[in-house]
Design a binder for this molecule. Structure first.
Ligand code: NAD
Length: 321
């Protein structure tokens, strides 16, 4: 069995690796070659923590495993990240544990890869302005990944806590993109692609603000009750997701489906666009939304890359159970 710690994951898994792994597994999911198993997520009644499992099997990539972990809100005060997770990979032929992989960095990099894959496949090719809504831990990963899939010339950003914006501004500066903090309406009036990555429980962006042709990667809503978009945005858009079952239950589409402005059948897996069985965007005026809910197979895909590259470079620790 291999142990691949957080530091090694950061060393070996780059954004291009994560993009390729996530794109491939979304394609496998849409072909029916890979399946996520039901998610378990429970409040444990201790330390205010939410704990759970995301698991699945990718028959095409032969990746079987589970990500275990969750959210411990008091961790920051202890000098730890609030989100904590570990990925367990198993040999699909024998069920033996093959690797234990740190999941914290990988969660950020795979989430950023998902929205980058959506921008690569759905945003207008001539997209020039990137709008960032959110400035927390995930946002810098999101910005770096998005900047690699379109020739953005400027970043506009808004966050409910403006004091968090300078960290995002510093990343924009580092990658050579002009950065401007603006109000939400102004952001929508100019952005060609928008990423939302907040912990909001109410709509932050309204349909009347959204320009024709905009692509929105809605990444923050991953739990029942969370919400970042006016449900009417989804009603007027072509909606894509990582997994339809999650989109309508814990993703952004939960609200539009509850309001009966869209149905599950209106939502297309992004994998269908990747596989060429759905055309994706069909005009420059179309609004596209990617409801990125975060599936276990994304975690397993990047963890499997981490284990392979760490082993190849002699950076994994061998251990026996
Ligand atoms: P963080 O705690 O570092 O940052 C939180 C962000 O949300 C900040 O921008 C903050 O200003 C904003 N925020 C906090 N409370 C808010 C509120 N009540 N209303 C509106 N905005 C609020 O968190 P993070 O690690 O950057 O994660 C951001 C979101 O992304 C979380 O909701 C997290 O669960 C979600 N997430 C989704 C996936 C996925 O695969 N879709 C993966 C990881 C994280």
């Amino acid at each position: 069995m291999l142990i691949v710690n957080e530091e090694v994951c950061q060393k070996v898994v780059g954004r291009a690796d994560a993009f390729a792994a996530v794109e491939a597994v979304f394609g496998a999911m849409a072909r029916g070659d890979a399946r996520n198993f039901p998610v378990v997520r429970e409040a444990i009644g201790h330390a205010d923590a939410l704990y759970g499992f995301k698991s699945g099997f990718d028959r095409a990539g032969l990746v079987l495993g589970v990500k275990a972990g969750g959210y411990w809100p008091g961790n920051m005060a202890k000098g730890l990240t609030n989100h904590q997770s570990t990925v367990f990979l198993f040999d699909p032929d024998t069920g033996r544990l093959s690797a234990l992989v740190g999941g914290n960095y990988l969660t950020a990099v795979r989430t950023a890869a998902a929205s980058a894959v959506s921008i690569a496949h759905l945003a207008r090719k001539d997209a020039k302005v990137l709008g960032m809504v959110g400035a927390g831990h995930q946002s810098t990963f999101q910005l770096r990944a998005a900047a690699e899939v379109r020739a953005f010339e400027k970043v506009l950003a808004w966050n409910p806590h403006p004091d968090m914006l300078p960290r995002l501004a510093a990343v924009a500066e580092e990658i050579g993109l002009p950065f401007e903090a603006v109000e939400r309406e102004a952001l929508c009036a100019e952005a060609d692609a928008i990423i939302t990555i907040t912990s909001a429980f109410e709509p932050l962006l309204m349909q009347v603000w959204i320009r024709p042709g905009t692509h929105i990667a809605c990444m923050g809503t991953d739990t029942m009750g969370k919400q970042e978009l006016d449900p009417m945005i989804l009603a007027g858009a072509t909606v894509f997701t990582d997994e339809v079952a999650q989109s309508v239950s814990i993703g952004e589409a939960q609200h539009a489906v509850a309001a009966r402005t869209i149905e599950a059948g209106d939502i297309t897996p992004l994998g269908a666009v990747i596989n060429g069985t759905h055309p994706g965007r069909t005009s420059d005026d179309e609004v596209t939304v990617f409801d990125g809910t975060g599936v276990g197979l994304q975690d397993l895909a990047v963890a499997s890359v981490a284990a392979r590259l760490a082993a190849e470079r002699g950076l994994a620790t061998e251990a026996a159970l």
